[in-house]
Design a protein around this ligand. Sequence first.
Ligand SMILES: *Cc1c(COP(=O)(O)O)cnc(C)c1O
Length: 407
Amino acid sequence: MVSPRRDSADSSAEPLNQPPGVSTLSVHAGEDRQKATNSLTDPIVCASTYSFANTQAVIDYIQKKEKRGEYGRYGNPNEWVVERKLAALEGGEEAIVYSSGMAAIVGLLMTKLSSGDEVVFFDECYHRSREFCSKHLARFGVVTRQVKACDYEAMEQAITPRTRMLVSESPTNPHLSVVDLERFATIGRKHKVETLIDATLATPYNLQPISYGVDYVLHSATKYLGGHNDLLAGVIVGGAEQLADVRKMRGILGSINSAHNLYLLERGLKTFELRMQRHNENGQKVAEFLAAHPRVEKVLYPGLDSHPYHELAREQMRGFGGLITFFVKDADWRATADVVDRVKLARIAPSLGGVETLIEQPLVMSYFEVPVADRQRFGIPDHMIRLSCGIEDTRDLIDDLAQALDG
Ligand SMILES: *Cc1c(COP(=O)(O)O)cnc(C)c1O
C-alpha cells in the first residue's frame, strides 16, 4: 500500500512519529501549516486566472513544471489542498477532483477508452454509469459487456484482447453486494486490464481498495466525503503516472469545481471519521431493527449475518455505512409509498451519505418511467425502499421507522 503521507509533505500531519490516523489526516493532510494570509483555515481563492511577474516566470512555469496557478480550468489552490487530503485518506499517490461523481466517471473512461476497446461491468451499478457506457461510449465504438455482479468467472470469460477496464462498485447500489477486491484486482492484473472500483458507498474510512491492488478508486464526493447534502463533487484516486493523461483530459472537459465548492468539501472532510462512525452505528442498529420487524420481508445490509456477503464484508471493511435497502412485506407499490409517506424524520430525496437521513422508493425516484421488464432485470421491485441513515440519534430514527411501518 502506498504511504498515505507521500503527498502531504508540507502538511501539519507530517511531524508525527507514527503514520497519522484517519481523523488526523482528514483534519490536517494536504494543508500548508502556515497559510498565505496566516489564517488557520484555507483562504477561498476566487480567481479565474493567475498572473506571472514577467515572461521568464511564464517560461519557468512551463519548463520547470512549477505547481502554481495558470488558468482556472486547470486547477486552483483550494483544489490542490482537497486533492492532497483525499489522496492521503485513500492511501493513493494522486487524486483528481471533479465537479460531480459522474464527471469523474466520464473523465476517466473518456481518457482511457478508444474506439474498438471494451469495458466489462458488474451489472449492479449506478444507472447513469451504465447509461454512459451502453448508450454514449457505444457511439464512439466502445463495447460494454455486463456480467452478473460478483460472478468472477463470468467477468474473466468476458475479457477479450480489446478489454481495457474492469468496473464495479463495492458495495453496490442499491443491492449492497460486496466485491472480493483481491479477486477482482487479480483478474485485472492477470489479463493486464486496469481495474476501477466506485467505492462511494464504502468511503475510505470503511474500505481501502488500493491496498488490494485496484488501480483506480472513484467516489461521488457529493455523498459521504462532502457529507452535508450541500455540494456536488467527484474524485478519482490512483497512481500519479496512470492519472497524468486523466488530469490533462479534465483540463479539456472543464469539469472543475469552484473554489467555494472545494472549501465546502474541505470543511466537510474535517469531521469525516466522526460522521462515518455514526453512519456505521446508525446503519447497523437500524438494519437490525428492520430485520426483526414483522412488516419487513427482507433487509439488505452487509453488517447483518443474513447478508450473502457478510463474511467478506467483515474481512474487507471497517464498518458497513449508512445505506440500507429493505422490502415491505406483502406490499404493492402504493402500500410501500404509504410507508415512505408516513416517515417524519427522514426526508424523501435521492442521494445518500449526508448528515440528514433520506428515504426513497427506487421504483418511484429512479425507475418510474422505466419499463417493467427492465426494472426486473435491474432488480428493482415495487416494494423496495432505500434508506440512507444520517447522523441523527439512533433511537429517534428507529422510533420514526417503527411508527411508519406500524401505521
Ligand atoms: C451518486 C453516485 C454516483 C454519481 O455521483 P454524482 O456526484 O451524483 O455525479 C456514482 N456512483 C455512486 C455509487 C453514487 O451513489
